[in-house]
Design a binder for this molecule. Sequence first.
Ligand SMILES: *Cc1c(COP(=O)(O)O)cnc(C)c1O
Length: 460
Amino acid sequence: MKYFSTRNSKLNKTFDEIIIEGLAPDGGLYMPKSWPKIDIEKIIDDKNISYSKLASTIIKNYVGGTISESELESIAEKSYKNFTHKKIAPLKKISDNKYILELFYGPTFAFKDYPLQIVGNLFQYYLKKKQKKITVIGATSGDTGSAAIDACKDKDNINIFILHPYNKTSEIQRKQMTTINSKNVFNIAIDGTFDDCQNIVKSLFISNDLKKITTLSAVNSINWARIISQSVYFFWAYLQCGVYNKKINFIVPTGNFGNVYAAHISGIMGLPINKLYVATNSNDIMHRTLENGDMSIKKVKSTISPSMDIQISSNFERQLFESLNYSSSSLTSLMNSFIKNKKITLDKNVLKNLKLYYKSKCVDDILTSETIKEFYDNYEYISDPHTATSLNILNEISNKDINISLACAHPSKFPKSINDSIGVLPAQPRALEEMMNIDEKFIRLKNDMDLVKDYIIKNI
Ligand SMILES: *Cc1c(COP(=O)(O)O)cnc(C)c1O
């Protein structure tokens, strides 16, 4: 298995190279050059398959001999060992053909633990082998940061710097990052939005000053290893539902387009997916794009689902690349025009191709809050606000398929919104309760790439 970039199809990279680089040097995203098929019958027949075995069964197709099967298996096992549900990602049945896939049993109570725990351990494996040290930098709108920090803390060959928008994450999300007392962890609060943070990270990646002194790596969902690790739970959901003669629809709360794109590639690998529903909050660029090709950036709005407060959905570039028949020159000119004009209108053939796979809906804060209440009243189910955007769609869907909505974070991470919606505070896991009393450690900086760069150079 070899990899090229969305902006340069001539590249021929290996998995150990692209996992450590994260973003391609041309600014593009790494993509595999072919799509392996997963033998689903075989997985179904293996009645006792565990989540971690399923993970190594899928990921092994993408590593191209850079790690042995047994080593990959033991890394997968180690990565999910401390998750607090025996099913790791349990599927809850809501009604006849409607389900919720719960993805919040990892150390930071959001779905990003599922890819990042394994990616952190894979990093460590390859870095040891190459005797290399890296600097991980990432931007977070809330959950990526804490999951990345937890995955990288105390690892010898890694320093991690995470940027978050000052005062724009929930208190719990912030504390999950800033209370980790590990000497390789650095939190930076930026006076700006998530997109400002992401832009700084992107410029740091092409900064020669940093390149001269360290190897930079990314752990947000632009890293291919994350996407492929996320595809695992779509297969896992299918196995658990136990109905194998129907098509499945997944409904995915969407920000950076990483999770729903992982669902899409699961379909390419053979999972019988009918449609993917993209749920956005009022930051609805993905909804407008998929509805009528209007990919135009608007001002970021703060919502009660902050991890989806995003205007530039990085992973959509991977989908566009596919919809443009993997032409890196067409993709590059489209992306250049998008960055220059802050908008593009998709060609009608591209839009037609996207509509084969995706439907979408914008679920604003009012609808989100109403949905939290509706699921509490009807099913005694307390969902976090991100999850509720997709439950809104699950609720109104009517078809004969299997419909699975993704629950992306534990409700107790967002107590205020839950309380505002249903007048009840969700039960807090003990680890979160204990965290609230630990001192925080972070530095606050202006929205300026050079300040961040100096801080990083001083600390590595
Ligand atoms: C990251 C995140 C999302 C958005 O997922 P993407 O892969 O960025 O589209 C949604 N909900 C929660 C709780 C998240 O942490």
